[in-house]
Design a protein around this ligand. Structure first.
Ligand code: EPU
Length: 414
């Protein structure tokens, strides 16, 4: 599917944010820890979540979705993840820790590289080994076996997925498991909070040092998936692109702290408890130097959005340093340059000099880059085509329709 976008018109109005993809995927992985029913509210209807639900169902879980509510219950009937499904999304790796904890074994096809970078699994697997799990590589899959025992592991990097897997791995272990240099992203903290509700004792919830005291059996839970901070930043970026005036509701402004810190220097931003109001009259002359890093610093998932904003800023310079996913800069820069942007990339550095963008035929290379192309197209003079909308649909619910409600001129073409 393609999007056809005519730049121009100001976005106005109010738009609500739905549940976060990366929270939903982590919590769905954790449903394996119990046979009881886990009910997840505010579960976004996006391709990555649909595929994760299919994966759980293919392994024996009963999965029922009614609108934004998903109920998952029952035991697994196989500990071998279907390779067709598992390789569709990187998030499938998030079943690893729970399978080991509950079934003491798992076979997972290696998620492998993807468009944004090489994405190794060493921290996940070394961490499992630190808790007594045996890890064996076969041709295109990894096999893990063993009953996790108490232990200590310090991650060499605060990996979101590894923190989530290791938390789950330790949740059914009696004794003390200690994790250091953990990721503190809001999605990780939501998982910690759900595990506590299911019966795990965790000291240090929300911090980078977690002490986990597992229990023999966990029980079911009802849990609200947190709002998607990247979707909120996408709507705000779309408003900046169109010199708009919008209010984003059902979000947690604190979760967007690093992004808001930057845009507050240039635009009129009002933070409320669960909403952000933004009024844009002019484009700034560049955004300075931005370096991506783990939460609460500037997130890699908002880096492409910022590159788009910098591309149509008022002639000034912006430097972006991408520390996490090596391919995210170049792919997006190449597409923006087709719209007349002035971006040069060298390794992890991108230098962007603001210029007037014009409509062009572009290709979404990955989920976040695709959404950021939509933002650029809303600013460009003329009409743009964005191909590969399938990438965007992995993480956004009806992006085109939601932007249309705010006044964007955007249509879908099969
Ligand atoms: N890393 C390793 N070894 C590992 C794990 C990670 O070297 O074993 C490296 C990665 O290559 C990367 C850095 O550590 O350079 C951070 O990766 P992390 O493990 O934190 O990322 P992830 O868990 O694979 C999640 C999100 C990503 C998001 C990153 C960073 C999910 C399903 N995915 O990925 O989201 O960019 O954290 O915040 O939660 C997206 O939504 O588009 C997306 C890519």
């Amino acid at each position: 599917m393609d999007y056809i976008i005519k730049g121009g018109g100001r976005l106005r109005g109010e738009i609500g944010v739905y549940g976060a993809k990366n929270c939903a995927l982590a919590l769905l992985g954790a449903t394996i820890l119990t046979d009881d029913e886990v009910i997840l509210n505010n579960c976004p209807q996006i391709t990555d979540v649909d595929n994760m639900l299919k994966l759980l169902a293919s392994m024996g879980k009963t999965v029922i979705r009614r609108g934004d509510e998903v109920k998952v219950s029952g035991a697994l009937t196989t500990i071998e993840a279907d390779s067709g499904l598992a390789t569709l999304l990187r998030g499938s790796a998030l079943i690893l820790g729970s399978c080991i904890a509950r079934y003491h074994q798992v076979t997972l096809p290696l998620p492998g590289g993807c468009a944004i970078g090489s994405r190794p699994m060493d921290i996940h697997l070394n961490g499992l080994e630190a808790f007594g799990v045996e890890v064996e590589f076969e041709e295109k899959q990894v096999q893990c076996k063993g009953v996790p025992r108490e232990g200590y592991y310090r991650m060499r990097f605060a990996s979101v997925g590894a923190t989530e897997n290791l938390l789950c791995c330790c949740s059914l272990t009696e004794g003390i498991c200690e994790l250091e240099n953990c990721a503190c992203e809001p999605e990780v903290v939501a998982l910690e909070e759900m595990l506590v509700k299911m019966g795990v004792q965790i000291d240090g919830v929300g911090s980078s040092h977690l002490v986990i005291k597992g229990v023999k059996k966990l029980h079911g839970v009802y849990f609200d998936i947190i709002p998607d901070r990247i979707v909120a930043a996408t709507y705000l970026s779309a408003a900046i692109a169109s010199k708009g005036n919008i209010t984003v509701t059902n979000c947690i402004p604190e979760h967007l702290g690093a992004f808001l810190g930057i845009i507050e220097r240039h635009f009129d931003v009002k933070r409320y408890d669960t909403a952000i109001k933004l009024t844009v009259n002019n484009q700034p002359s560049g955004y300075g130097r931005i370096v991506t890093a783990p939460y609460p610093l500037f997130p890699t998932d908002m880096q492409s959005l910022l590159m788009s904003l910098a591309a149509f800023s008022n002639k000034g310079d912006t430097v972006i340093v991408e520390k996490l996913f090596e391919n995210r800069l170049l792919h997006h820069a190449n597409e923006l340059n087709k719209m007349g942007a002035n971006i040069s990339v060298q390794g992890e550095f991108a230098r962007i000099t603001g210029s007037a963008l014009k409509g062009a035929d572009t290709q979404a290379q990955d989920l976040r880059g695709g959404a950021a192309l939509v933002v650029a197209a809303l600013n460009a003079n003329g009409t743009s085509t964005i191909r590969g909308v399938e990438h965007i649909n992995r993480g956004y619910v009806n992006l085109a329709e939601n932007l249309r409600k705010l006044g964007a001129n955007i249509t879908e073409k099969e």
